[in-house]
Design a protein around this ligand. Sequence first.
Ligand code: C5P
Length: 300
Amino acid sequence: MSVTVRVPAKVNVQLAVGAARPDGFHDLANVFLAVGLYDEVTVTARQPGSGPRVTCEGPDAAQVPLDGTNLAVRAAEALAARHGISPDVHVHIAKDIPVAGGMAGGSADGAGALLACDALWGTRASRDELLDICAELGSDVPFSLVGGAALGTGRGEKLRTLETGGTFHWVFAMASRGLSTPAVFREFDRLAEGRDVPEPVASPDLLTALAKGDADALAAAVSNDLQPAALSLFPELADTLAAGRAAGALATLVSGSGPTTAFLVRDAESARKVAEALRTSGTCRSVRTASGPVAGATVL
Ligand code: C5P
């Protein structure tokens, strides 16, 4: 028997970052929007006692770790441990979300494997238990489960669902190489040395723009405190942002810790134009369009 779960990517429309905490994490005001680029995670029972196995297909599959560090494997192990069962499962990931791209692709696989194993094993974990396990796996994993739009506080794992009044259209440019999230946070700390870092707070204008479905107002309010750090480690991203801006994007930003760049556009027609301009700009590896909000992890 197999269970397949579909899980979306995310873009951060606001990422406000506070000072480093004693535990090394940073307090955030992280406004997530789930967008329609998906990984599909399929779990299949294995021989009793054989343990977990993970495989991956897709354009970036070679970059996905297939050992115990894979978040999908860790999710299966965490659920099994809580329920006193052996994690004898084959997890297969059909990967479409860019790897190490700042779009929560690894987190999506963690949330997807968790929901899929819960269905496969009949463990019937409550929503709160699933969210607890997600938070143990990583700061962005709870949002991958929930989807839609949400404000994440703490290290990003404490979620409040946000109202959205419409669909927002995006273009995403994938970069020629990845960026490590811890390295980008370290660069944020280096750039912040000697400065007072304010408490992170969600922008009221941004939340209103989301609630109204107003793309122009959202464009005026988007921000990412990790962007200077991502650009410092990967200066060529400025060329991609400039190409999207010149092509008529309403707003341009680095997605999360990058290096994927995100372009908010007015509608699907404008998305096609900006995508075409980015494709021919020679400043990125590939280009995708997607809109959101979309639902979180869903059993197919
Ligand atoms: O929680 P997650 O495993 O996704 O975090 C990856 C890394 O990103 C952490 O080890 C930390 O370096 C950094 N991080 C942070 N503050 C956060 C979230 C992540 O410093 N709120």
